[in-house]
Design a protein around this ligand. Structure first.
Ligand code: FAD
Length: 258
């Protein structure tokens, strides 16, 4: 393990909470280390949250305009079709630009960035684990800020498998069009509503959504869509059928196929 480096402040996690804290502390004159286990800075928001979801949302609105509304403005566009790979490339380019921008700001503010998973050794010392999980360096500071954010939580009976049952992270990189889709949970922030909206706009396929609390939100946003079905009950279970999943609500069954 590389010998200790010492700082006034260590910030663990380079999401919007962590990097803003690190930059401000450096501006105020502290010697700051920013530790991030992802390869890029910006946290959930820039890498797998707000920014990529908004990029896909913007693409979906362009598609909907070209396909359905341009002609209302007297603009004729023939042969509108989807290139999902190009859309994902556009989204990835935006993410890359913004995460790179945060790295450039860190450098400009003389914040030292470490890549690795931070683990506490004591109240003033952390170790960094690299790809292998083995501690590669240790850092000390009088003050340590924990800004480690959140991660998708799976339901016990709907475990993420990366192909059929997806977290919001994998939903942002779907390489092809699912035939049908159920979004479980519809909080605006966590993308349920947005991801449902993106998929319906792109693909014009039936999109079901379950989860008791958020039905009103989606209904308000997409009152004009008849291709979004709303469930109003808790999800009670799920069963795999071929390449798809059957989700059982307390009163209804939704079938979802890749
Ligand atoms: C699909 C989606 C869409 C969203 N859209 C919006 C939106 O439109 N508007 C909005 O305001 N919010 C949105 N959010 C929420 C937003 O992303 C979060 O509120 C925000 O990212 C929280 O910032 P944070 O800094 O607290 O945590 P995070 O952004 O989660 O950052 C924490 C960082 O800590 C790192 N980390 C964790 N443990 C360690 C460790 N031990 N060592 C080193 N690093 C570690 C993680 O890798 C991560 O990069 C969305 C989220 C999702 C998933």
């Amino acid at each position: 393990m590389t010998p200790q480096s010492s700082f006034d402040l260590i910030v663990i996690g380079a999401g919007p909470g962590g990097y803003v804290c690190a930059f401000r502390a450096a501006q105020l004159g502290l010697k700051v280390a920013l530790v991030e286990k992802r390869a890029t800075l910006g946290g959930t928001c820039l890498n797998v949250g707000c920014i990529p979801s908004k990029a896909l949302l913007a693409s979906s609105e362009h598609y909907a305009f070209a396909k359905g509304h341009a002609s209302e403005h007297g603009i004729k566009i023939d042969g509108v079709s989807l290139d999902v790979a190009a859309m994902l490339k556009k989204k990835d380019g935006i993410v890359q630009k913004l995460t790179g921008g945060v790295a450039a700001l860190a450098k400009a503010r003389k914040v030292t960035v470490f890549t690795g998973e931070a683990r506490f050794i004591s109240a003033t010392e952390i170790s960094l684990a690299g790809n292998t999980g083995a501690p590669s360096a240790s850092l000390t500071a009088k003050n340590i800020v924990i800004a480690t954010g959140s991660a998708p939580v799976e339901l016990p009976f709907l475990k993420f498998d990366g192909t059929t049952i997806l977290s919001s992270t994998e939903a942002l990189t779907l390489p092809s069009v699912p035939k049908t889709l159920a979004v479980v949970g519809g909080g605006a922030i966590h993308g349920g509503t947005e991801i449902g909206a993106v998929m319906v706009t792109y693909f014009r396929h039936r999109c079901g959504k379950c989860g008791r609390r958020d039905g009103r939100l989606l209904r308000k946003r997409r009152a004009d869509r008849d291709d979004m079905a709303l469930g109003g009950e808790d999800v009670a279970g799920c069963m795999r059928v071929g390449e798809g999943v059957v989700i059982k609500e307390q009163v209804e069954i939704l079938e979802c196929l890749r």
